[in-house]
Write a protein that binds this ligand. Structure first.
Ligand SMILES: [Zn+2]
Length: 240
């Protein structure tokens, strides 16, 4: 049983060391992630605006062509006005001319607002472009910093991780789950020792009868206040 406790204690020690390495990275990993997200978001926005601009330009060109066609037929109608033979023909032609005129005006108005839209989109893209560049530079710097920190501890981390894997394989499944659950809940420490008669996790006094029981090293004991696994000093003295 004592070896089962020692294994848990060693697991905790390895995780402590890994946590320390993680801490050296500070908020860099989070900062990098949030920058990547921001950049992706802006890039997506820009590309959507570019697409909208392209579509608006295409539509404007189509409208221009249509306007040209309408103007040509309008000219034809106007020429025909000189050759009408009666009022009925005259009215029909005038109606056609008016109708074409209406269509032309409608398309021209549409093109005006499309041009406004293009202009607005261009301005919006121009506004975020320097911002995007700034974020990219920031990301580069932070990524380089993080890489340096990771690289400096790469070997140590790999060694610790390999050791942890080995210890994990030696840990009873139920113990490992309990350990991981407490570790997650307590943000780090799941296995603690008794120091000056108190739980070193929450500093609450462990009753002396309980302390005696824990010293027997024959069972998993949990601190009744914080729920951490309590081990005896004998277990904690354990070195690889
Ligand atoms: Zn406690």
């Amino acid at each position: 049983m004592i070896s089962r406790l020692k294994i848990l204690f060693e697991l905790q020690q390895l995780d402590d060391q890994l946590d320390e390495l993680e801490e050296l990275r500070g908020d860099l990993p989070d900062a990098v992630n949030s920058l990547v997200e921001k950049i992706d978001h802006i890039k997506k926005e820009v590309s959507e605006k570019e697409k909208e601009k392209k579509e608006s330009l295409k539509k404007r060109e189509e409208n221009e062509e249509e306007i040209e066609k309408l103007k040509t037929s309008q000219k034809k109608f106007k020429a025909q006005l000189y050759q009408v033979r009666n009022n009925k023909e005259y009215d029909a032609l005038t109606k056609e001319i008016d109708h074409t005129e209406e269509q032309i005006t409608k398309l021209e108005t549409e093109n005006d607002s499309l041009a406004d839209l293009s202009k607005r989109l261009t301005e919006e893209i121009e506004t975020v472009t320097p911002q995007l560049e700034e974020l990219k530079e920031d990301l580069q710097t932070k990524e380089a910093e993080l890489k340096e920190i990771v690289k400096a501890n790469e070997k140590e981390e790999a060694k610790l991780k390999a050791k942890r894997k080995d210890i994990e394989s030696k840990t009873k499944k139920a113990d490992y789950f309990a350990y991981m659950r407490i570790r997650k809940a307590k943000k780090g420490k799941a296995v603690v020792t008794i120091k000056r008669s108190a739980c070193s996790g929450c500093h609450n006094i462990v009753p002396s009868q309980r302390q005696l029981e824990i010293r027997r090293n024959n069972k998993l004991f949990f601190c009744e206040y914080c729920g951490r696994i309590l081990v005896s000093p004998e277990v904690a003295e354990f070195k690889e």
